[in-house]
Design a protein around this ligand. Structure first.
Ligand code: EPZ
Length: 417
């Protein structure tokens, strides 16, 4: 089992190139199943979850070839509709193959994803919404058995709750449904816009008809295309927070600043100096970090995927801060580990009271989920001495070359077996 040794305290200075978005790549990879042609994808991040999704596509019969920075997917012989537990259990986004498989083959057998550290993560909205397009479901032995003998029929659906994954599954499935589908109360994360741009380029008929409403006309044919994935806004936000936290001077490249406006505004509010350019952002951390109250919410609100990271920054603020987690029911797993480093964070329900003026101390730590693990690295960067972070397989699911990128700007992180 690998672990990371992090030697602090370091000020981060220099430039970091942001990779492609994991959370845009996953639905787009799933959506390639709609095609019978070849699809070329560029700027996929080299992270474990993408590898797992590619393995899942291969298990369904897709032929994939990696050449230089592009992945070529050939689905001319793709016929299987069984997505096995051993692939889906490690990567919940495996449920995203359900929509395209049922749209293309009118049947599918997909493992129910387990829960994970941050919550039960049910897929009831995915299934209930797909059944409105005419899909019949049976849950048997941990698998979703889906059938739509007459194919999918377009209709109007309103999501009972904003769900990124359910919105993605339904948009993909509706591309092959007969007639018109209108989806209301959609999630509008940038990754969903990237998925829609990918589908439009393949020839699907999709129009945003309201802030959270989308209209889709089913099509029969889609084209062979190549597509470049958008940047990873959570990776970008993570490194901006690292720059603010270490009183550093960091420039992050290959980003679209307006997409991370909320995060930039929050960092300005806590006192960081930020300069925005066309495709890069420069942050200079200040000695004085101001406390704030913040709650996570669906885009364009403050992302839940940056909640653990901003919590570390607020431990250094001049007063107590409050963080309210409104998306997941159990996304404070990092608190216990941060408290072991000297933080004084009190969790009350979905609120965390974060005491300020904390000096972290190095410790041996355990990562519990993807974003919690990166928050431990951030805390370890601020303190003199060596911290050890175990179970870094969580980290490798979503951060490409994190120790290389951080060491290039002045960190000292070693990966040991
Ligand atoms: C996506 O997860 C992201 N994952 C998550 O990022 C992100 O935290 C989340 O959206 C919220 O932004 C990917 O894009 C691969 P949801 P998803 O459906 O689609 C409940 C990361 O760190 N819900 O928007 O699973 C659910 O339990 C990951 O990169 C239902 O109740 O999130 C949660 O409380 C972590 N029933 C809330 O809705 C359902 O059928 C939002 O979940 C579906 C969801």
């Amino acid at each position: 089992m690998q672990k990371l040794e992090v030697f602090g305290a370091k000020k981060l200075k220099g430039q970091i190139n942001i990779s492609g978005s994991k959370n845009a790549s996953l639905p787009i990879l799933a959506a390639t199943l709609l095609s019978k042609n070849r699809i070329t994808l560029k700027n996929l991040p080299k992270v474990k979850d993408i590898e797992t999704m590619i393995n899942l596509l291969q298990s369904l019969g897709s032929i994939t070839k990696l050449n230089k920075q592009s992945l070529i997917i050939d689905n001319s012989k793709q016929k299987k509709v069984f997505a096995s537990y051993n692939l889906v259990k490690t990567m919940r986004a495996g449920i995203l193959v359900l929509g395209p498989l049922i749209a293309k083959f009118r049947k599918a057998k997909v493992s129910l994803p387990g829960g994970c550290a941050i919550g039960t993560r049910p897929v009831d909205i995915h299934l209930k919404s797909l059944s409105k397009l005419g899909v019949k479901f049976k849950i048997l032995g941990g698998y979703v058995h889906a059938n739509a003998p007459k194919g999918l029929i377009g209709t109007t659906i309103r999501f009972p709750k904003i769900s990124v994954g359910a919105t993605e599954n339904l948009i993909i499935a509706a591309c092959f449904a007969k007639g018109k589908t209108i989806l209301n109360n959609c999630a509008i994360e940038p990754e969903i816009k990237d998925l829609v741009n990918f589908l439009l380029k393949m020839g699907c008929k999709i129009t945003w008809i309201g802030k959270r409403s989308i209209k889709i006309y089913g099509v029969k044919q889609i084209k062979e295309i190549s597509y470049s994935i958008m940047f990873d806004r959570i990776e970008a936000g993570t490194y901006l927070i690292a720059g603010a936290l270490t009183e550093g001077n960091l420039q992050i490249n290959n980003v679209i600043p307006k997409i991370i406006k909320t995060e930039i505004d929050v960092l300005k509010k806590v006192g960081a100096k930020i300069k925005v350019y066309r495709d890069k952002v420069n942050i200079i951390g200040s000695k004085k970090i101001k406390s704030i109250e913040i709650n996570t919410s669906p885009y364009p609100g403050f992302p839940t995927d940056l909640q653990a990271q901003i919590m570390v920054l607020l431990c250094k603020a001049n007063k107590k801060s409050i963080i309210q987690e409104d998306i997941f029911e159990n996304r404070f797993m990092h608190v216990a580990e941060l408290n072991r480093m000297g933080a004084q964070i009190l969790v009350k329900g979905n609120k965390a009271e974060v005491k300020g003026n904390i000096n972290f101390a190095p410790a041996e730590l355990m990562a519990t989920d993807l974003r919690a693990s990166v928050s431990l690295i951030l805390a370890a960067l601020t303190t003199k001495g060596k911290s050890i972070i175990n179970r870094i397989y969580h980290l490798d699911r979503g951060y490409e070359n994190i120790e290389k990128k951080l060491n290039k700007v002045g960190a000292k992180i070693r990966r040991v077996n």
